[in-house]
Design a binder for this molecule. Structure first.
Ligand code: CP
Length: 315
């Protein structure tokens, strides 16, 4: 594995997730592997879980970290080719990435979409610049279209809690107060389509995700039908994909205890952060079937499995 940019970088996602679960038994067993190595973490956007779990995973492997916040402790970066740099950005990504690569053995980047132009977001300009101009392994910490570290943690969590060999997993759209990216849902769909699960996506009409990501999943517009027999409910908001970035309001899609009662005592999942009583009711998040905190904890071991693999490339 040269990079961890998407599911495509993992040959056997189920085996990879099981290996991550094995790491939990003795998280510090491989501390020698990363001795003398430096991970540069570059954030164009805010984060709680990713920021902390990636640093913790690096610590477990003996890797040192440098954390940079673009526009904060790092110059605002220009990303457009041919830009006349007479605005806010003081440095171009063309110089910044190879300079950062001088000091780091692995680079990780978070770069959200603009949600204004689907073609531009699909190009993944920033992630691609890191992957092509650094000459170092690059980890996607959530990009314009995908969030594979989250999806690996999600798969780990499902494997740990599944009540039967081929559980029914339902990705349900949930309401929000503003338009959100598709990264988590795209990535989750890709990983579930490769996992040993029955995968169903439910959302209001008009909120179809890109078929590039969902191909293979059952799409059910009736939320109740989708929830029936479900072993896992995964809630996530996303804006329109076809009318790209458009906000859609459907408060009746909130996930509450009444809807969870339609399921097979499903475990409740969400990548977090979550808007309580907008996306999901308190009674679900605070109830006995919520595994959102365990899911977040698994971010550490998902990343540790990825970094362990990338360290092999540095020898
Ligand atoms: N789920 C997730 O990536 O959380 P953060 O945005 O807080 O990193």
């Amino acid at each position: 594995m040269n990079n961890f940019l998407s599911l495509d970088d993992v040959s056997d996602p189920m085996a990879f997730a099981r290996e991550a679960i094995e790491l939990k038994k003795n998280p510090l067993a491989d501390m020698h592997l990363g001795r003398g190595k430096m991970l540069g973490m570059v954030f164009f956007n805010s984060s709680l879980r990713t920021r902390m779990s990636v640093q913790k995973a690096a610590f477990n492997l003996g890797i040192q970290t440098m954390v940079l916040n673009v526009g904060g402790d790092l110059w605002t970066l220009e990303t457009q080719d041919g830009a006349v740099m007479n605005g806010k950005a003081a440095e171009h990504i063309k110089e910044a990435v190879p300079v950062m690569a001088n000091y780091c053995d692995i680079l990780a980047v978070r770069c959200f979409p603009g949600l204004e132009n689907r073609d531009i977001d699909s190009e993944e300009k920033i992630l691609t610049a890191f992957a092509t101009k650094s000459g170092k392994p690059v980890v996607n910490m959530e990009s314009a279209t995908l969030h594979p570290l989250q999806s690996l943690a999600d798969l780990i969590t499902i494997l740990e809690h599944q009540p039967k060999p081929r559980p029914k997993v339902v990705l349900s759209w949930a309401p929000h107060i503003k338009p959100l990216p598709h990264c988590v849902s795209n990535s989750f769909s890709q990983w579930m389509n490769k996992a040993d699960v029955e995968f169903v996506i439910t959302h209001p009409k008009g909120l179809e995700l890109g078929t590039k990501y969902t191909k293979g999943a059952v799409i059910e517009h009736d939320q109740r039908k989708a929830f029936e027999g479900a072993d896992f409910i995964y809630a996530k908001n996303w804006s329109s994909y076809n009318d790209y970035g458009k906000f859609m309001d459907a408060p009746e899609w909130i996930i509450d205890a009444e809807k969870m009662a339609w399921t097979n005592q499903a475990r409740f999942m969400h990548c977090l952060p979550v808007r309580r009583n907008v996306e999901v009711a308190d009674d679900v998040l605070d109830g006995p079937h919520s595994i959102v905190v365990k899911q977040a904890a698994n971010r550490e071991f998902a990343t540790q499995r990825v970094l362990k693999e990338l360290l092999k490339e540095l020898k």
